[in-house]
Structures are given as C-alpha cells and as structure tokens.
Design a protein. Structure first.
Lengths: 121, 158, 171
C-alpha cells in the first residue's frame, strides 16, 4: 500500500503547486510533477512482485511461463504514450509562456492579469 | 554571434554526437526485441542534433540537418505511419493490419520478426526526431529577435 | 522524489526549481527500472533531458528570479480544498485496490493483458510485448498520440513564427 500512497503524495504536491504558485514556470513544473505521479501510479498498478520485464527472451522456454512472470505490458504502453504527450505538452506550454513573457515582460500571472485589465480600460 | 564556447565542449560534442545518433537509430530499429522503440529512439536522435545546436551553434547544426530536411522528416514520418495503416486496409482489409507478419512471418527473436512494427517504429522515430528538433531549433534561433532577452552565449559568460 | 518535488515548488530561484524537477524525472526513471519497465526508463530519461533544455530556455529570458510577491490566502484555501477532495476519493478507492505487487490483470480471467502476453509473440512476432501492445494491438492510441505531437508542434511553431514576423514588420 505504501507505494500507492507515495504516488498520491506526489500528485497532491503537484495539485497544491498549481493552485498556489504565481510563476508560470512553477506552474509548468507542477503539471510535470502531476504527470510523473500519474505515470508512476499506473506502473505501480501493473507491477508484480518478483516479476520480469515483459520482453520475451530466448531463456524462456514456454510462453505460459513467461505470461505467469511478466509484469503487465498494457499500462506500460499507455504510460509510454503519456510520457511523450507530456513532453509535447511541456513544449507547447513553454512556448506559450515565452510568448506571454515577450508581451508582458513577466512570468507572474497576477501581473499579467493586471496588465491585461489595464490594457482593456 | 561571437563564439565563446569552451573548446572542450565543442570537441567532446563533436565526438559524442555520432554515437548518440547511432544509439537512437539502434533504439528505433531494435525496439521490437529489446527495450526502446520509436519514441525514445526519435528523441535520442533529436538530442544528438540538439547537442550540436547547443554546443557548436546553429550553423554547425544546420549543416548536419538542414531546416528543410527536419521539416520533411517530420512530415514523412507521419505519412509513413499513415501509409502503413492504409496499406493494412489494402492488403488485409483492416486499418493498421499487421500484413507483413501475416504473409511473411519472421522467426521470433530474429531481427526480421515484428512485421509492420519495425516500419512503424522507424516512422515514429523520424516524426519525433523532426518535430522535437524543430521546436528546440526555433526556440534557440528566434531569441535574437526578442528585446531584452538573454541568449545562450551570455549564459556561458557567467 | 517527493522532497525534490517540494523543493521544486518552494525554491525562490527558477533555475534551481527546474533542476529539482529534473531530479523528480530521473527519480521516476529509476523507479521505472526497479518496477521492470525498461522501455519507460529509457523514454523518461531522454524526455527529461529535453524537458530540462526547454525549461532552462524558458528561465533564461529572466535573470535570477525573485518569484512570489505578496501571497493571497484564497489560493491556499482552494488548494487545501482540492487536496481534501482528492484524498477522500482516494480513501474510498484504495479499499478496492489490490495489494501492491499483484497486478490488476490477475483478478480477471479474460483480462486483455493476459491475452497480450500469451498471444503477443505469435500474433505480432515482437519479443518486446510493450511494443507489440503499443504498435499492434493498440495502434489507434499511437495514431492519436502522433496527432497530439503533431498538433502541439504545429501550435508551438505557429506561436514562435508569429513572434518572428511581428519583429520583421515592426522593425
């Protein structure tokens, strides 16, 4: 049970960060932390104690023996997808915040918000 | 832009980049036998070019992989991936059917064994390498136009 | 990893925060290795390097940073609320969770994972079952993922190009 709880704590740290931080880069960092927490949790769900990686090698004689020992390949494939989506998400977020910084000269979301309000007036 | 990078960085990156590139290609080609696959392979290939970009500047990186080639790589990867799927319709009647494995089954644990998995891996590696290199290239090149921004070169002055 | 995550959120300087995020990523890569997921470990390492380069690029436009001006209490209240909400959910769902170390696929006779493990080698010929799931049984996911990357890169390049063109026009 303990590993699940650790993944949960990591997730909660990320959620807390998203709500309380003011800096755009810090918010991106929080999102990345949430991503790794969720990935970690999915892999933990598929783990089998004393299992082997889901790669068939010549040492395995029987496919059923392999299936009895290997960890779950499905969450691993899904998490592989999620990691790569995570990096493209980070790239997009970084570009957007760079652009915001270019326009408003700051990463602080409060200052950006006030600058926008004063622009509109 | 003035070139004030240290000699060691330039030399070592010149030696390292081909090996990183080869490792990426290996990851993509042997993804169906060993850990690896198209995504990490593509990112490692992109990382080899990014190393050149960061260590030796844009001209060196662009002489290795011109901008147009990176763009083509991105688009070709996506097209190849889709093409394999459409070929699956044509040959077996199902989108993304593994038609090579159906008609030409390879020996398991040999290199030629995965059917379309090999082609898909290579396609995804091309796509990921092209797109990630493009993003980082734009990020590092277009900083010149920004006002009051600090470039890579001034980071190394500190 | 959790310590690194907390450090990443609470350091004043942005560069240290980014590096602490790197510690989180490499820690999770090591954990993947311990959990018998070598594909993921490799992917996580390279992706983490790229993420670090991206974020360092983003932090470089500002000098050494004085983050966090005056703090208000409303965000903290909302954050606590969200944390409590999540914890309640998790409290109920953990009662249903299997013990750590027994995969969920063992609870069902016809779980797809078992099928993938048993028939993956025959049907796809791929020794690496993660690849056979990713690129054969569930290739639609991968197609969607490729679309996501394509869209993200397209968006990023468009935003960066806009900046370049504006500079050209405005001189």
């Amino acid at each position: 049970m303990l590993p699940y709880i650790l993944a949960l704590v990591l997730l909660l740290v990320g959620v807390f960060g998203i709500f309380t931080r003011k800096n755009l880069i810090k918010i991106i960092i929080s999102i990345s932390i949430i991503e790794s927490a969720v990935n970690l949790f999915l892999i933990l769900v598929g783990y089998r104690s004393g299992g082997i990686a889901p790669i068939f090698t010549a040492r395995m004689a029987e496919i059923s023996e392999f299936a009895d020992q290997a960890v779950d390949p499905l969450p691993q494939a899904m998490v592989l997808t999620s990691i790569v989506i995570g990096v493209s998400l980070t790239a997009l977020l970084v570009v957007i915040s760079l652009r915001l910084h270019h326009v408003y000269g700051t990463y602080d979301i409060n200052k950006i918000f006030f600058a926008r309000e004063s622009d509109e007036e | 832009m003035e070139d004030n990078r240290s000699l060691i960085i330039k030399r070592v990156s010149r030696w390292m980049a081909p090996f990183i590139f080869l490792y990426g290609v290996y990851l993509a080609l042997y993804g169906h036998l060993s850990p690896g696959g198209g995504f990490p392979g593509g990112v490692v290939v992109a990382a080899a070019f990014i190393l050149i970009l960061l260590a030796r500047g844009e001209p060196a990186a662009l002489s290795k992989i011109p901008y147009a080639v990176a763009k083509e790589l991105d688009a070709l990867g996506a097209l190849l991936f889709l093409g394999v799927g459409l070929a699956g319709i044509g040959v077996s009647g199902v989108f993304f059917a593994n038609f090579i494995q159906e008609f030409l089954p390879g020996q398991p644990l040999e290199w030629f064994s995965g059917g379309t998995i090999i082609i898909n891996n290579v396609a995804i590696a091309m796509k990921v390498a092209g797109s990630i290199f493009l993003v980082l290239y734009f990020l590092s090149v277009l900083r010149i136009s920004g006002e009051g921004e600090v470039g890579f070169s001034s980071l190394e002055e500190k | 990893m959790i310590i690194a995550a907390v450090v990443a959120l609470y350091t004043e300087e942005l560069l240290s925060a980014v590096i602490a995020l790197g510690a989180v990523g490499f820690g999770s890569s090591g954990t993947f290795l311990l959990l018998r997921a070598p594909d993921l470990a490799i992917t996580q390492v390279v992706v983490e390097v790229i993420t670090l380069v991206l974020l360092i690029r983003a932090t470089m436009v500002v000098g050494s940073i004085k983050t966090e001006g005056r703090q208000r209490y409303l965000p903290y209240f909302l954050a606590l609320l969200a944390v409590l909400f999540l914890t309640t959910f998790v409290f109920f769902s953990f009662a249903e969770m299997p013990q750590f170390g027994t995969p969920v696929m063992e609870r069902f006779e016809d779980a797809p994972s078992i099928y993938y493990l048993l028939r993956g080698l025959d049907l796809t010929g791929s020794a690496n079952q993660v690849m056979s799931v990713l690129l054969d049984f569930r290739i639609y996911d991968t197609l969607g993922e490729a679309t996501v990357i394509f869209t993200a890169v397209l968006g990023a390049l468009t935003l960066l190009r806009m900046r370049g063109r504006k500079q050209l026009d405005g001189g």
